[in-house]
Design a protein around this ligand. Structure first.
Ligand code: PSU
Ligand code: MN
Length: 291
């Protein structure tokens, strides 16, 4: 029997992390998925083609590519028409993973509602609203308006599961003071909830939110002033739209002397592990009785 696939996104490789940590992390996530009994499927666009699963050489090419695009759901047609190469966001990866029949996807932090003067709501949220996959994350990136992001997910009928926690994790920090819609404590429970959700006819994703390991967390009181500063600088520089999230992540890494980068890498690896465990549990449950 084939080992079950876990989708991995690639905007984190092309836009979310600096070189050379981006390639190291991409390899490490693939290794962790394998080590936990599943098959990694890193999703990206190469020369206009949607690719599900990359070779080692392709991963390296993507990580070092110049003129690389950030590809959300709306961008696939443009990418095909113009032969772009790019990293797929959570929204883009959800689309490609679903077409490939993959059920589980691991990422760092989903996009959400930005705290800016103009409207900026990540396409990740709409994709989560209408794509039935289990998405493992560390919450939404703390650079966002977390209460507004949770409200949007509630409106769109996305279950927000706290994995071994009652609180929505805040990416760099384990706690946000905000509630999840249910807490679950094992991969088997996650699978049972997801199968029930979709069995009821729901089309939305199940968002599994796992706090990063305690030893890697940055307490909210420490990271929040830096987030404020990075946001202010983005506003002053007139940065908005697609470049905003990459700018904020890179600036935070500078402001924290690399601490936010270390936390980001740790949570991505942690989520790769849990994604693989959930994929294995999904396959086992599907063998017992067809979904
Ligand atoms: N998680 C990380 N780093 C990242 C991202 C997620 O640890 O860079 C990426 C994801 O690909 C996500 C994107 O879809 O950031 C959100 O971008 P935007 O806010 O522009 O939708
Ligand atoms: Mn945006």
């Amino acid at each position: 029997m084939n080992s079950p696939a876990v989708a991995l996104e690639s905007t984190v490789i092309t836009h979310g992390l600096p070189r050379p940590q981006n390639l190291q992390l991409a390899r490490e996530m693939e290794r962790l998925v394998r080590e936990n009994g599943a098959t990694p499927a890193t999703i990206a666009v190469l020369d206009g083609q949607i690719r599900v699963g990359l070779t080692e050489a392709e991963l390296e090419r993507l990580a070092n590519a110049t003129n690389v695009h950030k590809i959300s759901r709306r961008d696939f047609a443009a990418a095909a028409t113009k032969q772009w190469t790019g990293g797929t966001t959570v929204a883009g990866t959800l689309f490609a993973a679903r077409r490939a029949g993959i059920r589980v996807f691991a990422t760092g932090g989903i996009g959400g509602v930005h705290e800016v003067a103009t409207l900026d709501i990540s396409a990740d949220l709409q994709a989560l609203a209408d794509t039935p996959l289990i998405v493992v994350c560390a919450g939404a990136k703390a650079i966002l308006d977390l209460p507004a992001t949770l409200e949007y997910l509630e409106t769109m009928a996305v279950p927000v599961i706290g994995y071994e926690t009652d609180e929505f994790p805040a990416f760099y920090s384990r706690q946000s003071g905000l509630p999840v819609s249910a807490r679950l404590d094992s991969p088997e429970e996650v699978v049972r909830l997801a199968k029930t959700h979709w069995g009821l006819g729901m089309q939305s994703a199940v968002l599994v939110c796992q706090p990063l390991p305690p030893e890697d967390e940055i307490p909210a009181a420490k990271i929040l002033p830096f987030i404020e500063q990075a946001r202010r600088e983005a506003a002053e520089k007139g940065i908005h739209g697609q470049p905003l999230t990459p700018f904020l992540l890179a600036r935070l890494a500078e402001l924290t002397g690399g601490e936010s980068l270390r936390a980001n890498l740790a949570l991505l690896k942690n989520n790769a592990r849990l994604g693989a465990q959930i994929a294995v549990a999904w396959q086992a449950a599907s063998k017992e009785k067809p979904a």
